[in-house]
Structures are given as C-alpha cells and as structure tokens.
Design a binder for this molecule. Structure first.
Ligand code: FES
Ligand code: FES
Length: 159
C-alpha cells in the first residue's frame, strides 16, 4: 500500500511516499540517494546492507520501509561528525580493514551496534557479533583488529 512514511535519517527528519512494503535498502539508495548502504545477497545473509535502527543493527534488504516509521535510522553517511570520521572509521583506515570496500559500510555499522551494547568487547564477542557479516576479500583479521582498536580506551582516557 502506498503511503507517506516519516522517520529520522542521520539526525534529520525524512519522509517518503512509497509502497510501504518496499525494502528500506531501496528507499535509501534509490529514493534518498544514500548509496553507501550496499546490496549484496538481498536475503539477509551477508550484512552488506546493514544500517542502524534505534540503536540496533538491521538488514535493510529485509526490512520493509513501514517498519522504520517514527524510528531513528543511521547509515554510513551519518556516522561522521563535523567532517570528522567516527573512531571506528578511523580504526578501519588505520588497520586497512578492507580491500574492495564493498562490505565495509555494513561492517562498520555492525561494529558500531556492537560497541553501543558492549563498549569493551572480548575477541570472542567481536567474532560472534560480526559472524553474519561476510567479506569476500578475506579482510576479517584486520576488521577484528580495527574493532579492537576502536574499543580500546585512548591514552589518558579521552576518546
Ligand atoms: S544484502 Fe542484505 S544481508 Fe545481504
Ligand atoms: S573488503 Fe571486499 S568484501 Fe570485504
């Protein structure tokens, strides 16, 4: 059913009029021009399309747009602040935690959700949280190192 759906997108009000069963992924990419969210499998299996909805990592390919009405959606485009990358993004850069980069937005947002829930995760917790995000380039070891770096307290305790 076509209807108007409003939500918060990267901290700003957003509204679309569309079939309310359309996947959030296609609304973000096609209607709103936010192509940082990637299409991989389209079946909830690879994590390339991961975004944050009310603090939780969700698969946007498997989320009807009606499910985010009134909620807060964060995409990779909304992670920087005042032109500065988020510490997780900085850590991915530092550790070269990517090759082609296709999985990277989903990886970073899954890591973001993990660190929201568990600011100082063990390696086992990182592996468990990231297990459903696939990287065809095999950057997993560097991805885990980047997440560990982002989770570590900075010298002097400042972040
Ligand atoms: S494209 Fe959504 S999980 Fe693969
Ligand atoms: S960096 Fe290429 S898929 Fe992960």
């Amino acid at each position: 059913m076509e209807r108007s759906i409003s939500f918060t997108l990267n901290g700003k009000p957003a509204s679309v009029t569309t079939d309310d069963e359309r996947a959030l992924l296609w609304v973000l990419r096609g209607d709103l021009g936010l192509t940082g969210t990637k299409f991989g499998c389209g079946a909830g299996l690879c994590g390339a399309c991961t975004v944050i909805v009310d603090g939780q990592a969700v698969r946007s390919c498997s989320t009807p747009i009606k499910d985010v009405a009134g909620k807060r959606v964060l995409t990779i485009e909304g992670l920087e602040r005042d032109g500065r990358l988020h510490p997780i993004q900085e850590a991915f850069l530092k550790h070269h935690a990517y090759q082609c980069g296709y999985c990277t937005p989903g990886m970073i947002l899954s890591a973001y959700a993990l660190l929201l829930q568990t600011p100082r995760p063990t390696e086992a917790q990182i592996l468990a949280a990231m297990d459903d995000n696939l990287c065809r380039c095999g950057a997993h070891v560097r991805i885990v190192a980047a997440i560990q770096e982002a989770a570590a307290p900075a010298p002097g305790g400042a972040r």
